[in-house]
Design a protein around this ligand. Structure first.
Ligand code: BG6
Length: 506
């Protein structure tokens, strides 16, 4: 079974199961998980026998839990206003357990409730545990699941682990070995919601379902690659988490490395989950390590200072609630890296991500080498020939565009860049499913293709560990500032300009 292939061919219906959400009163459950469950219900994609058990510390009666979730769905679902018939059917299968994640009593209550819901909703003993809590709770929860024998039983059991997966290589390895002492690898679903985005899944289709791109997808033709994830949002109410994480851990080590792996990987031998994941790991394994003496030239980190976003004044990072006034956590990171493979030798990949930037947008741009410039690129030309650029817009305005050179109509030979543009919205005319809808469904089906394998997580940490250690050791030294609402610090432009290149304007 494979979502990239099967999803195109027919609807995939999971087996009956119970979804147990740890951290059910948290932000992710409200904004993403329950709205995704509701959308799946709305589309008739949930299994016919299904239930949800929320587990959290917040006191709730089953009714108040359902009310709270209904509000969340009403606020965040893509199907609004809520359809009462669909909601009532779902709500009648929603249960709640209040308790501390470390307390064995919580799991006794959960076990009893699971048995009740399993009977009432005929879910066949199948359980999907979703760890939507602080990572510090992952180990305690899974240990308790084992001790209370919830991690075994009649049906299947699977666990979805939210990011961040570890804080560094050592902690990711530890978490992997802990999880694998309780669950088998095929039962572990390390989530990276970027893989659930339609446009991200489309990278493989673009590369391998079109005959024209793959032959030129290599260093002979590609000059460099840029990956940008820009956000206008600040840290909001997540300072507690973000102070520990920072931009590189929050976005680069996981989401952006996945984008990079999909762009850089070799064609898989087939669409089986392991074939695809094998190729992604190989690409990550080929990352050229950035050693200490290269860190200053190949990385940039910075923090946002007060500034303006859409004409509104916003505070600097150190003024945000919950952030230390001495904080050295980066909210912007840029990295220049190379991949040591025959395909990519000598092709720089430039990655940048920041909060409170001038604009929100995620895109991957492949810059092809310029034409030789013998005919049109005369030194005195006022319109120098530009790179052809293939841009994959992940969000917003999902689509793909190709920049090329064209003659401006008229008597003169004037050349200008023009764009061929494909837009999902206008082409397919329907809303793409939310990433969490896709991934929840895949986890219920047991399809790991769009989830991170243990070695992918470790390989990516292996690359980032030396960078993060050097940044930590440097403290405030070399930590730049940028006004909110700009494109990051001058050092980021300087990094790419040293190579004679420019960041693409979003
Ligand atoms: C999350 C990060 O994983 O991804 C957030 O923790 C970030 O800091 C978010 O804002 C971005 O996701 P999306 O889907 O809005 O691009």
């Amino acid at each position: 079974m494979n979502p990239l292939r099967e999803g195109l061919l027919r609807q995939r219906v999971p087996e009956p199961c119970t979804l147990v959400i740890f951290g059910a009163s948290g932000d992710l459950a409200h904004r993403k998980l329950l709205p995704a469950v509701y959308s799946l219900a709305h589309e008739g994609l949930l299994p016919p026998y299904f239930s949800v058990i929320g587990v959290a510390v917040t006191p709730h009666t089953p009714e108040s839990f359902r009310e709270d979730m209904k509000k969340a769905v009403n606020q965040f679902s893509r199907y609004r206003p809520i359809n009462e018939v669909v909601w009532n059917a779902l709500a009648s299968r929603m249960y709640y357990v209040q308790g501390d994640f470390k307390d064995p009593e919580t799991y006794k209550k959960l076990h009893a409730l699971f048995q009740q819901s399993d009977l009432e909703c005929r879910t066949g003993g199948n359980k999907l545990f979703y760890l939507s809590t602080a990572p510090s709770q992952f180990e305690a929860i899974t240990t308790q699941l084992k001790q209370s024998q919830l991690s075994e039983g009649e049906g299947w059991q699977r666990v979805v682990v939210e990011k961040p997966f570890g804080h560094d290589l050592a902690s990711a390895r530890e978490l992997n070995s802990h999880l694998r002492s309780i669950f088998d690898e095929p039962e572990i679903f390390r989530i990276d919601h970027y893989l659930g985005k339609e446009t991200v899944q489309n990278i493989l289709v673009l590369r391998f379902a079109n005959g024209i791109f793959e032959p030129i997808w290599k260093n002979n033709y590609i000059d460099h690659v840029q990956i940008t994830v820009a956000e206008t949002l600040g840290v909001g109410r997540r300072a507690g988490y973000y102070e520990e994480a920072g931009a590189a851990r929050d976005m680069m080590q996981n989401h952006m490395m996945q984008l990079l792996a999909l762009v850089a990987m070799e064609p898989p031998v087939n669409l089986q989950p392991e074939s695809i994941r094998d190729e992604k790991v190989k690409a990550l394994r080929a990352l050229h390590p950035i050693v200490e003496k290269e860190i200053a030239a190949s990385t940039v980190r910075a923090q946002y200072a007060p500034g303006y976003i859409q004409n509104e004044r916003v505070p600097g990072y150190r003024e945000e609630e919950g952030v230390s006034t001495q904080s050295t956590t980066e909210t912007f990171a840029a990295v220049r890296l190379f991949i040591d493979s025959w395909r990519w030798a000598g092709v720089p990949f430039y990655l940048r991500h920041g909060k409170r930037l001038a604009k929100s947008g995620t895109e991957i741009s492949i810059f092809f080498k310029k034409s030789p410039g013998i005919l049109f690129n005369a030194a005195d030309s006022e319109t120098p020939i530009e790179h052809n650029v293939l841009t994959i817009r992940i969000q917003p305005n999902e689509g793909i565009s190709l920049r090329m050179e064209a003659k401006v109509p008229g008597q003169m030979l004037q050349i200008q860049s023009v764009k061929m543009d494909f837009q999902y919205g206008s082409e397919f005319g329907s809303d793409s499913p939310e990433a969490y809808e896709r991934l929840l469904l895949d986890a219920m089906i047991g399809d790991p293709t769009l989830f991170i394998r243990h070695d992918e997580a470790e390989q990516s940490w292996m690359f980032f560990d030396p960078i993060l250690q050097a940044w930590k050791a440097a403290g405030a030294e070399n930590l730049d500032a940028y006004p909110a609402g700009t494109w990051g610090p001058p050092a980021s432009d300087a990094m790419i300009q040293r190579d004679g290149r420019e960041w693409r304007r979003l």
